[in-house]
Write a protein that binds this ligand. Structure first.
Ligand SMILES: [Zn+2]
Length: 304
């Protein structure tokens, strides 16, 4: 993959978003900080990637727990300046657990402070390159991407992955323009000159064309039938919880899906199953996708 030498991608998994380290001379910037439970690992990976450079600035594509969960730990260790998208600032200021999808999604993040904000149309200097800030509403209304026309690289966050994009949460919970915003964001990517996409999850990939085609196809499915998005969202939420907990007692899952607000709301609005039915359906879907397996009364995450 053709990336400038000043860009180093620390590829993580699904619980923690990738960290992108951009360096210029003795200073460095990191984009996104991973999930809180991984903070120690994130610090260690960053230290290795930075070598003797100073971490000057931490920047977030958006403020979901898997992208900003390590912010507080990074600030403590490196004392760096922290910059977030303008639209996220009020949520971070009042630490809006609901809008940040924390407790209501059974997710956690340590509260952090920010120093400044950026918005669509701004230019950020990172790794010796000028990056244009591009609004990327859809998955998160306030999310942004960073595009370097010179390097022809796009840091896409959760707006575009090699296979899909982040769950369009707002559409499911009251913002009925979010699928249209997702489409506009994908259209905006299609207009950019891009050789390499650095996504929030998964490896960097070449070009955006094939990924965009897959993304538009997926989006059309949601536009046709919103319950597809609701089912996808429920699976993603449980997978994420399972990745954090590594195992969950099967007998407790009906109570879990009834108790975690985002799952309960998906069920009452779209799925309309009993908690026991929803739990069983989710487990079989995760098994089918190879994301989990049952063993001795437990649901185990892949790899355990
Ligand atoms: Zn996200």
């Amino acid at each position: 993959m053709k990336l400038p030498e000043s860009i180093r991608v620390i590829e993580r998994g699904w619980l923690s978003a990738n960290n992108v380290v951009l360096h210029e001379r003795g200073e460095a910037v990191v984009v996104d900080s991973g999930y809180g439970a991984h903070a120690a690992q994130t610090l260690a990976l960053l230290e290795t990637a930075l070598r003797d450079r100073q971490l000057d600035r931490l920047v977030n594509t958006h403020c979901h727990s898997d992208h900003m969960g390590g912010n507080a730990a990074i600030q403590r260790k490196f004392g760096c300046r922290t910059s977030i998208p303008e639209g996220e600032a009020p949520l971070i200021e009042r630490w809006d657990e609901q809008a940040l999808l924390l407790a209501i999604a059974d997710q956690r993040a340590e509260r952090f402070r920010y120093d400044d904000t950026f918005r669509d149309g701004d230019t950020l200097r990172m790794g010796g390159l000028d990056w244009r800030v591009i609004a990327a509403p859809g998955h998160d209304t306030h999310a942004v991407m960073f595009h370097s026309p010179e390097a022809r690289v796009l840091i896409s966050g959760d707006a575009l992955w090699e296979n899909g994009f982040g769950v369009v949460f707002p559409q499911l919970f009251g913002r009925d323009t979010a699928l249209a915003e997702t489409r506009a964001t994908l259209d905006a990517i299609a207009r950019l000159e891009v050789d390499t996409v650095i996504p929030g999850h998964g490896r960097p990939f070449g070009g955006a064309g094939a990924a965009l085609e897959r993304a538009f196809y997926r989006l059309e499915g949601y536009e046709e039938d919103i319950t597809r998005l609701a089912r996808h969202c429920a699976k993603v939420m449980l997978s994420f919880s399972l990745l954090e907990k590594r195992s969950m007692p099967l007998a407790e899952l009906p109570d879990y899906v009834a108790r975690v607000p985002i799952l309960a709301e998906l069920n009452s609005r779209y799925l309309r199953m009993t908690p026991a039915e929803m739990a069983e359906w989710l487990v079989s879907e995760l098994e089918r996708a190879g994301a989990a397996r049952r063993e001795q009364g437990l649901l185990l995450a892949r790899g355990d």
